[in-house]
Design a protein. Structure first.
Length: 331
């Protein structure tokens, strides 16, 4: 009985660490609580979620294959397939989740995002307009409707939509997200100037990059991912890697690639010919490059560990997907 009590406490310790984004501590506690049958599935769900958030997609997929075939793990499969650019696979997982009432709205939101990925903006918009009717999903639906307008290059509509959001309903985290989106929209409408609020631009890297495109600023930011203390958590680059050379190579690679859309960023993931860093005890040659939404302007890059099933649908370099997105952006 004492063991179960201890394992129960381990789970709640993991929950506390998770709530403050302390994934290293959360991993430690969830690995303990996973020994208890009552907490096993929830602990494994969080452990796999941590690997996905930290970019170890290979380990996340291995863990999913060893997990139960329950609805919560189907959701994680859907997320992982989206990240690894297997969009049709992802749709199948979320369509399966739609059969369960408690997961319908969450799955509908995920399916809307997948239709944004494929350039099917009309379908995505209808899904999001349905979600607007649910107060729990209204804000997320609004943000994604704004992203569609951005991909359609309709910044006036994007501004209209974001102006309709009641910011008093937003958490501090969502307020920051809102400010980033609004700044981006105003920038492309020619309404945002570097002199408007210099404090924000000096303190907020993402907004600052709208005005400062120097490689020096970018390289300094990327070098944060060379910190060898991060090797066993989020991972890091090799200690003596030529970051400048790697940046130039990344720019060449993404030029002819399709981005994986993620909120205000576009993500490019691919394998290189040589090792670039670590994920825990494993070496990796896999890189993730993030750019500002709908641009090739790199804002950061870092090592990841892709699975063997990464991009099996070939979407990263698909000319068909590029054309579908282009057609979708034309109203």
């Amino acid at each position: 009985m004492a063991i179960n009590t201890d394992l129960s406490q381990a789970y709640y310790n993991g929950q506390r660490c998770w709530a403050v984004n302390d994934y290293n501590g959360a991993r430690y506690w969830y690995q303990i609580s996973a020994r208890d049958f009552n907490f096993r599935d929830n602990s494994l769900f969080k452990l796999i979620s941590i690997e996905i958030r930290e970019g170890n997609y290979s380990l996340a997929r291995q863990m999913l294959k060893q997990s139960a075939n329950s609805i919560q793990f189907q959701q994680l499969y859907g997320l992982l397939e989206n990240i690894e650019f297997n969009i049709e696979r992802s749709k199948k997982y979320y369509a399966e989740c739609m059969k369960y009432p408690d997961f319908q709205y969450k799955s509908l939101l995920a399916l809307a995002k997948l239709n944004i990925q494929t350039g099917d903006y009309i379908v995505a918009r209808k899904m999001l307009e349905t979600l607007q009717l649910n107060s729990d999903f209204y804000i997320q639906a609004m943000f994604n409707l704004i992203f569609i307008s951005i991909y359609e290059h309709d910044f006036y509509m994007a501004k209209k939509l974001i102006s309709e959001i009641d910011t008093s309903r937003l958490t501090p985290k969502l307020i920051k997200h809102y400010n980033h989106i609004y700044a981006y929209i105003r920038y492309f409408l020619g309404e945002l100037k570097a002199s408007d609020d210099i404090y924000i631009f000096e303190k907020d890297y993402m907004i600052y990059r709208l005005f400062n495109h120097s490689d020096k600023v970018l390289l300094n930011h990327i070098r944060c991912h060379c910190n060898q203390k991060l090797r066993n958590t989020v991972g890091c680059f090799l200690p003596h890697i030529d970051i400048k050379k790697l940046l130039y190579e990344a720019r060449d690679r993404i030029e002819d690639m399709n981005a994986n859309h993620f909120e205000l960023s576009d993500m490019y993931r691919f394998r290189l010919d040589s090792l670039i860093g670590y994920k825990g005890d494993l070496d990796t040659s896999d890189l993730c490059v993030a750019t500002l939404i709908d641009t090739k302007d790199i804002i950061t890059m870092y090592p990841v560990l892709l699975s063997e099933e990464f991009d099996i649908e070939g979407l990263a370099t698909s000319e068909e997907l590029r054309l579908r997105r282009l057609q979708g952006s034309i109203k």
